[in-house]
Design a protein around this ligand. Structure first.
Ligand code: F6R
Length: 373
């Protein structure tokens, strides 16, 4: 049954099972077969380190990408916002692969950062290459790079990026798996597990979307809330940042994302009973899957300690996943959990904007593509 959506943002959130499935078919399922998705991309032995530059939501996708490139493919990876790169460029070498990520492919700071990196490398770094990840192969950023791939999410109309974020994640996982395989970091059994876990993502995302009504009720309960804290650990720390960005841009609520443990070092003083905390606690009982050789995870215990302390102090905790979940998540591996934890945050931002009568597809002061100032 075709559902009618009143806003692009909600429609695009709901398109994610399909767009993630398309990306997995293109960039994961076809790996190792004769499909051309990764042909003519640099091989893992052509570079020793990766630098990634991006802005906003694309920067948060890059931070998740860094986690999988480092933990799965074991490639040293640095991430910087494109605007900060302009202020303090990272030194590039002939063994550097520079990845630029931009949904629109037109963001001015990313273009300027690419130019600066190219100037740095023009002094004899013949091996230095730029690889663009965009949602538009005809964009300036895609056209000016040595290599480019589109995340293939389809046109995104809402100013707030949703389906392009998860499509960027799929491409990063595909790259980490391809390069990890080339570097012999992913044995055959793990590879089979990865493929089947990623193939299951569309139906798992769908299960999260089915909780839309209860997420909308939570959003309505936050209608008069002025500040929201979001906590994540490990691979979900960037998701806490992304959730905070979605809330700020679409609902005008002051929201901040923190790494859970770090929140105790001073910032917890902010809390009182008027400030709720959203805690990302995927994969109860916080075990990682040994068959995927996850990095050791103390994240679950850490989150439990922090949320217990917050509750003791008299503040509300809204748990996403975990045993005390306000919003339950299907059981999944912690390395894949960002695909699931981000969905309730996107829906929460959408429904809170609606509760506040905000024109959600066109929030004030921002445009879809920041291609000039
Ligand atoms: C967030 C949002 C912005 C963009 C940022 C980068 O929902 O829309 O934060 O993510 O301006 O834009 P692109 O990815 O087009 O370079």
């Amino acid at each position: 049954l075709q559902r009618e959506f009143q806003h692009f943002m909600l429609k695009e959130i709901y398109e994610q099972p399909e767009s993630i499935g398309r990306g997995v078919a293109q960039y994961v399922a076809s790996l190792g077969s004769s499909a051309p998705s990764f042909h003519a991309l640099p091989e893992a032995n052509c570079f020793e380190e990766i630098q990634i530059l991006a802005c906003g939501t694309s920067l948060h996708a890059a931070l998740v990408g860094q986690f999988v490139l480092e933990q799965v493919a074991q490639i040293p990876t640095r991430v910087r916002s494109a605007s900060e790169f302009l202020a303090a460029p990272l030194p590039v070498t002939r063994q550097t692969l520079l990845i630029v990520v931009s949904q629109s492919g037109e963001t001015a700071d990313v273009l300027a950062a690419m130019r600066l990196a190219n100037q740095q490398s023009s002094s004899g770094l013949a091996g230095f290459k730029v690889f663009a990840i965009t949602n538009n192969s005809h964009s300036a950023i895609a056209q000016q790079a040595d290599y480019e791939r589109s995340v293939g999410a389809g046109v995104e109309n809402s100013v707030a990026a949703t389906k392009t974020f998860t499509a960027q994640l799929v491409l990063f996982y595909g790259l980490a798996l391809a390069w990890g395989r080339q570097r012999d970091r992913i044995p055959d059994e793990q590879w089979v597990t990865w493929q089947s876990r990623m193939a299951a993502l569309p139906s798992q995302v769908d299960q999260v979307l089915q909780q839309d009504d209860s997420i909308a009720a939570i959003a309505r309960s936050l209608k008069h809330t002025n500040h929201i804290i979001l906590l994540g650990t490990g691979i979900n720390y960037p998701i806490a940042l992304e959730g905070a960005l979605k809330l700020k841009e679409t609902t005008y609520t002051h929201a901040e994302g923190y790494a859970a443990g770090e929140f105790l070092h001073g910032s917890i003083a902010l809390l009182d009973h008027t400030i709720p905390t959203i805690a990302l606690c995927p994969t109860p009982p916080f075990r990682s899957d040994p068959s995927l050789e996850n990095p050791p995870s103390e994240g679950g215990d850490q989150m439990l300690k922090v949320t217990q302390r917050i509750r003791r102090n008299g503040s509300d905790v809204i748990a996403i996943g975990g045993s005390e979940a306000a919003i339950a998540l299907p059981l999944c591996d912690q390395l894949l959990s960002p695909f699931l934890t981000v969905i309730p945050l996107q829906l929460l931002a959408y429904h809170l904007a609606i509760a506040r009568n905000i024109e959600v597809d066109r929030p004030r002061n921002i445009t879809k593509s920041l291609n000039s100032f």
